[in-house]
Design a protein around this ligand. Structure first.
Ligand code: 2HG
Ligand code: ZN
Length: 505
């Protein structure tokens, strides 16, 4: 209703919408509230936005035209892929001033080449579809994550996604070989050729990766493929501490060379939450263990299976007291069951109740100590709160989530911002990052403003101003405006309410 009133009182916006509707046709333009509704709320259902229309272009030429028209009219665009952002990076603001730009119709794999080990995908290609297409040509795209059935290539690029195979293949930054994007003035940056060497100055492609749609709209990318997996071996391991886990990783790397692709740390609390909330899951090991690790080792087609080397290394680790128990999956179904436990942690946490979520990184060698000390500090400072820290130990990145005591009504609004600031201060004290793989979006904006290095923030603002002088690209995300208010300082017993944008979860 508010939107309708806004448009009636805003003839230039009405004129823009009419032009867009004519240009995009009924498949590419909607103002139907029922069609828009699911895309106006973030995955965690914490942020609700509004938009006068949703635009769904079918090709790059339509994106160019949309951006040109919106730039002319100074109307902001919020690009969106699978809407699986962990930081509300694809949810428009509640004032309804922006148009939603859905990239989901641009879902063509333009070309795929086994000989060139590359695939040119449009932004709306769903990750699991790319996995299948690569497998069909005997190759694979080596980035995966729990949301692979909905996350799109454009979103993965815009957030520089990580996932569970970063250990061996890196984040999206190392997998994008070429890029096509529409810049904020409507010009087309077309650089899809996979050039290994290219010294023409600033790396615009890398600038767009991880920019969260604030510098332009990614329309397509040339992605690196790697050889298909010939065989894999997946193990579930019980052990006593994150320190033992890092010791195990180094041991496995020495024993199996490059074979270890995934090394995911799961505390007993997360393991138990999954078994409790996710139907059909079963404990992989008989005994209780304080910590668990999921390891996946792979070998290419012509090479022998990694199972023997992994089994030998695990046996040695058991004898040396590095681990307490281990099970190697004896079938693909069992391997998938192990992975399901790991991939369901977020969902189980969401079902369990309110938590302040953090996505932090510190130097890899420092992570085990940090996890233990920071958990003790948080639980001491916020009685009743429980730390559930899990994830990508081998990348120095864990999701240091803090579960509210019980159902604690209003905890997210009143306590979580304090918890988040406390956790982030601990991270900053050891030179870490408050966003390792999820990005900043809306959710971490005020924290980035609070703890961000002034030089970095100044450079980010200058780049944003230079490329997007009218601020039409995904406003209110990633780049904190100068002078953005910091959340209230942490004082004993401080329960001051803060806006939901500050609550870290
Ligand atoms: C994961 O590693 C995701 O499972 C989600 O990055 C983490 O829910 C989270 O905190
Ligand atoms: Zn993660």
């Amino acid at each position: 209703m508010l939107n309708c009133l806004g448009i009636m009182a805003n003839p230039p916006l009405q004129h823009l919408l009419e032009r867009l509707s004519r240009r995009l046709g009924p498949k590419g333009f909607t103002r139907d509230p029922a069609e828009l509704a699911p895309w106006l709320v973030d995955w965690r259902k914490r942020y609700r936005g509004a938009a006068a229309a949703m635009l769904s272009p079918a090709g790059t030429d339509e994106v160019v035209e949309i951006v040109r028209l919106c730039a002319e009219a100074r109307v902001p665009l919020v690009p969106q892929g699978g809407n699986s952002s962990m930081v509300a990076g694809a949810t428009p603001s509640a004032d309804g001033t922006a148009l939603l730009l859905s990239m989901r119709r641009m879902n063509r794999i333009r070309s795929i080449s086994a000989a060139g080990s590359s695939a040119v995908c449009e932004a709306g290609v769903i990750l699991s579809n790319l996995h299948e297409a690569a497998a069909a040509v005997g190759q694979r795209f080596p980035l995966s994550l729990g949301a692979k059935g909905s996350a799109t290539i454009g979103g993965l690029i815009s957030t520089n996604a990580g996932g569970t195979q970063v250990l061996r293949f890196g984040t999206m930054r190392s997998l994008v070989q070429g890029l096509e994007a529409v810049l904020p003035d409507g010009s087309l940056f077309s650089s899809l050729a996979p050039l290994k060497k290219d010294n023409r100055g600033y790396d615009i492609k890398q600038l767009m990766i991880g920019a969260e749609g604030t510098l332009g709209i990614v329309t397509a990318a040339n992605l690196r493929l790697v050889e298909a997996v010939g065989s894999r071996s997946v193990a579930w391991i019980g052990l006593a501490s994150p320190e033992k886990a890092l010791g195990l990783l180094r041991l496995l790397e020495n024993a199996t060379g490059e074979a270890v692709e995934s090394f995911e740390l799961v505390p007993r609390s997360a393991h138990d939450l999954v078994l409790h909330h996710i139907a059909g899951t079963r404990p992989p090991l008989p005994g209780p263990h304080e910590w668990h690790v999921l390891v996946e080792a792979t070998a290419p087609m012509a090479a022998p299976s990694p199972e023997e080397a992994l089994g030998r290394a695990l046996m040695a680790a058991l004898e040396n007291g590095v681990i307490e128990d281990a099970a190697i999956a004896s079938s693909e179904a069992q391997a998938e069951a192990f992975w399901r436990i790991r991939d369901s942690i977020s969902e189980a946490e969401q079902k369990d109740g309110p938590a302040a979520k953090h996505d932090i990184s510190v130097e890899i060698a420092a992570m085990p100590g940090f996890m233990v000390e920071a958990a003790a500090a948080v639980e001491g400072r916020f009685p009743g709160a429980r730390v559930i820290a899990f994830g990508h130990l081998g990348d120095g990145n864990v999701h240091f989530n803090v579960r509210a005591p019980g159902d604690a009504p209003r905890w997210l609004e009143e306590q979580a911002p304090q918890v988040t600031s406390f956790v982030h201060d601990l991270v900053m004290a050891v030179g870490g990052s408050i966003s390792a793989e999820h990005g900043i979006g809306q959710m971490r904006l005020s924290e980035l403003a609070r703890v961000g290095d002034p030089a970095r923030l100044g450079a980010m603002r200058a780049i944003k101003r230079a490329l997007d002088p009218h601020g039409i690209m995904n406003p209110g995300k990633l780049v904190p405006p100068a002078g953005m208010a910091a959340p209230p300082p942490l004082r004993p017993g401080n329960g001051a309410a803060s806006s939901s944008q500050e609550n870290g979860g």
